[in-house]
Design a binder for this molecule. Structure first.
Ligand code: ZN
Length: 491
């Protein structure tokens, strides 16, 4: 183990930081709820992906073999996360006149493309819910056999009240069943439940519902919470180390996962529950219905009314890592511009570092203290902003050595290179955006072209300015006219 002190993780189950002790001393099993693939990926997808990428990278760095399972939800996730309403994917398929699996394929490819651009490592296994219907049916059967679910009109519901009598429904979220009773209203279509807070583990498909499979109870589909219980069990066992996801999944999704698995396998499924906080936009919750969901492609092209310019995938990654994963993260153009500058400073320091020369008998720069502080921060519940603060301190030393204000000896120079290699690239997963020589040539050429176009516009020669814009667009270079002049992005 390379860590200099033990790793502590905040466990949502105990609501405190705990010493991390995996079931097996060398292996870690980690399950993270992946996307429901019915639309473009946005910042809300990037945050959990990058959070658990950081965890995945760090656990491997300190010597664990990690089996990382992140699912693709392609069936059973109904509108408003409820037990009624249309399936999110089926709805999109209906609106676009496509087969549901075409929707799944399109947005899974889009998700992978965005995650690759953000340098998010692929998980070890990426199972689809629709590929695990048999496993889910088997789990539903077990829950019925043990007396904690009932069949009603072809659907199967989990008996929350009975479960709560013998276990604790609310162990994760802290909610009490009495509150659930007063907070849930009877809605149409819920009358087949004994209690309004019971949740479907199998749903009978209405006529016209496309995604359906045969089962002992009806032609239908599994309830949304069932997939993660079934696939977590299949790939990681009855009990595994880490289960992650966004805080919005804590209730009812993860609470219900615990209940289902506790009955089916007679064990609590997860030892450490981890939840990343949400992303807000200018202080407001982000959501499709709120009209402020900016897709990752929008960020990369700058093509959205809320964006003043385009931001590279690495700027987005750095922006997310600048906050500890349990704090809220507010998006704004100012914050992203600041992240862009910070990232540039770090990357320039790395370029400078590679060219520095050592001086014998130079003063002690305490690089070992910085390295230790970075490990301490990571061991304290993956505190990436503290890591970044220490890297900036290192950048400050690098620049001081370059400018001749101080000097560094050979051992410390090597340690500084190691600090950057390990923390900037391996653990934070940041990348140099482009080879700097190519980039400066391209930048220079485009600046010239943009200037020619502006001159054409100034003399009202719009034919020429449009030709320039269209020819660039054919090369997937998009121009964006803003208040600080024209910027360009590669689409
Ligand atoms: Zn899940």
């Amino acid at each position: 183990m390379k860590q200099q002190q033990p790793l502590h993780i905040y466990n949502s189950l105990s609501r405190k930081k705990e010493l991390f002790k995996p079931l097996n001393p060398n292996h870690v099993g980690m399950y993270v709820c992946g996307p429901t693939v019915y639309g473009d990926s946005h910042l809300g997808h990037a945050r959990p992906a990058i959070t658990f990428d950081l965890v995945f990278r760090y656990l491997q760095h300190i010597g664990y073999k990690v089996r990382y399972v992140r699912n693709i939800t392609d069936v059973g996730h109904l509108e408003n996360d409820a037990d009624h309403g249309e399936d999110k994917i089926a709805k999109k398929a209906r609106l676009e006149v496509l087969e549901p699996m075409e929707i799944v394929q399109r947005y899974t490819i889009g998700y992978h493309k965005n995650m690759d651009a953000l340098n998010v490592l692929r998980p070890s296994i990426e199972p689809h819910a629709s590929g695990h219907i048999i496993e889910q049916i088997e789990m539903v059967k077990k829950i019925i056999e043990k007396g904690y679910a009932y069949v009603s009109n072809g659907s199967v519901y989990f008996d929350v009240e009975k479960y709560d009598r013998n276990f604790d429904y609310g162990v994760l979220s802290g909610r009490k069943i009495d509150e659930l009773i007063s907070n849930t209203r009877e809605l149409s279509g819920q009358s087949e439940k004994r209690n309004s807070f019971d949740f479907a583990i199998w749903k009978k498909a209405e006529s016209g519902h496309i995604m359906r499979w045969p089962s002992p109870w009806s032609d239908g589909f599994p309830g949304w919470h069932m997939e993660c219980s079934a696939m977590g069990y299949k790939y990681l066992g009855e009990t595994f180390d880490i289960h992650g996801g966004g805080m919005d999944l804590l209730f009812p999704h993860h609470e219900s996962e615990i209940a289902q698995s506790t009955i089916a396998n007679e064990k609590s499924p997860v030892r450490y529950w981890m939840h990343n906080n949400m992303v807000t936009i200018n202080g407001k919750k982000m959501g499709k219905s709120l009209g402020n969901a900016v897709s990752l492609d929008d960020f990369f092209t700058g093509n959205h009314p809320l964006l003043e310019k385009a931001y590279t995938p690495m700027t987005i990654r750095f922006f997310i890592l600048q906050a500890q994963y349990r704090s809220t993260l507010d998006f704004s153009n100012e914050a992203l511009v600041a992240a862009e500058k910070g990232l540039k400073r770090l990357m320039e320091a790395n370029d400078t570092l590679q060219k520095l020369t050592a001086t014998p008998n130079a003063p002690n720069q305490e690089i070992d203290r910085l390295l230790k502080a970075c490990y301490e921060a990571m061991n304290d519940d993956f505190n990436s902003p503290i890591v970044i603060a220490n890297l900036f301190e290192a950048a400050h030393i690098i620049n001081a050595v370059k400018d001749g204000h101080t000097a560094i000896n050979f051992e410390e120079l090597e340690l500084l290179k190691k600090l950057f290699q390990v923390f900037v690239f391996e653990i934070l997963g940041l990348q140099e955006s482009q080879k700097s020589d190519d980039k400066s040539v391209v930048d220079g050429l485009l600046e010239t072209i943009i200037q020619l176009r502006q001159e054409a516009r100034a003399r009202k020669d719009f034919a020429t300015s449009d030709v320039i814009r269209d020819k660039l667009q054919a090369l997937k270079i998009v121009l964006k006219d803003g208040k600080d002049g024209t910027t360009w992005t590669l689409n």
